[in-house]
Design a binder for this molecule. Sequence first.
Ligand SMILES: C[S@@+](CC[C@H](N)C(=O)[O-])C[C@H]1O[C@@H](n2cnc3c(N)ncnc32)[C@H](O)[C@@H]1O
Length: 333
Amino acid sequence: MIKKLIYGLRYLNELRAFGKNKNIHALPEIFHYWSNTYLLPKLQRFGFNSPDSFFYKYCIETCSELKDKSLIKIISIGSGNGELEVNIAKQLVESGIKNFTVECMDMNAKMHKRTRSLAEEEGVSSYITILKCDFNAWQSDERYDIVVANQSLHHVTNLEGLFDTIYRCLTPEGKFITSDMIGRNGHMRWPEALEIVNELWQELPQQYKCNQFSKKDEINYINYDCAVRSFEGVRAQDILPLLVDKFEFELFLPFANIIMVFIDRKFGHNYDIGSDVDKERIDRIHQLDEAAILDGTIKPTQMLAVMTKSTVRETILIDPILTPEFCIRDPSI
Ligand SMILES: C[S@@+](CC[C@H](N)C(=O)[O-])C[C@H]1O[C@@H](n2cnc3c(N)ncnc32)[C@H](O)[C@@H]1O
């Protein structure tokens, strides 16, 4: 009963928060400095320039392979305002692929409304369908050739149920394509990462310590649990282990841990991209982050992944060390 009540309250919070938020991906300038300098070259090695174009590439490739099918079915889990889904539709049409639908599944009617308007504005409304549904309770008898989940898995409480349904619905040659956060629940740092953050925090001048959400200086870094009142990162740490158990990875591109503390929305706005000192600070933290991820001291907190049900001969990796299994942070240690 209490569990149901807490779920209901969080559900309402989530509806309210996303219902009024039209631009849910706005990030500080320093984030873009970091991603253009360090993330972009990694993505380009795999033939795409951004997480969005990662989705386009794999949707186009999969649909091209299925060109003789009468209808290719794509579903997006937690589709939000539908920007990615509308753009996937546009990219497919521009590539000459027209035998598809993209079903946008979300619980938020306001976001669905924005999806519909956008699809109309962009001339792809005939390819877009809407499914209002709670992904924690989703069951389906449909078959999908592509399942897309962009930054939504870290809002799921019933990961086991959702992954079972996706597995059942996915065709044998179908792809499950996702970009998401796989760090500690509530986007907290695990102790070994927190130790590094705390050391860096000690040497950080005060102007970089202003939490732009609370507008208060954090003299000591607060390892805040974002999942206390919302679904933000509610079971983020379980995503990768459960995916490894259930799916085969065709591509696995993990990245970033401690750097996120400094460049994300909470503290990232404290940095000036016109300042060499600020950029050098971010460069140094990035180098530390990369080295600690590669030697296994800390685990990556973000990933792009393409998965399937069928046997995969060799997973495409960013580094031979960084397999999905290696990147799992065992919560019992
Ligand atoms: C971080 S947003 C990502 C939205 C979109 N995929 C994007 O990248 O712009 C998470 C989305 O999950 C949706 N969501 C959260 N809990 C849900 C639930 N229980 N069932 C269905 N959708 C849910 C929210 O409404 C929101 O649109």
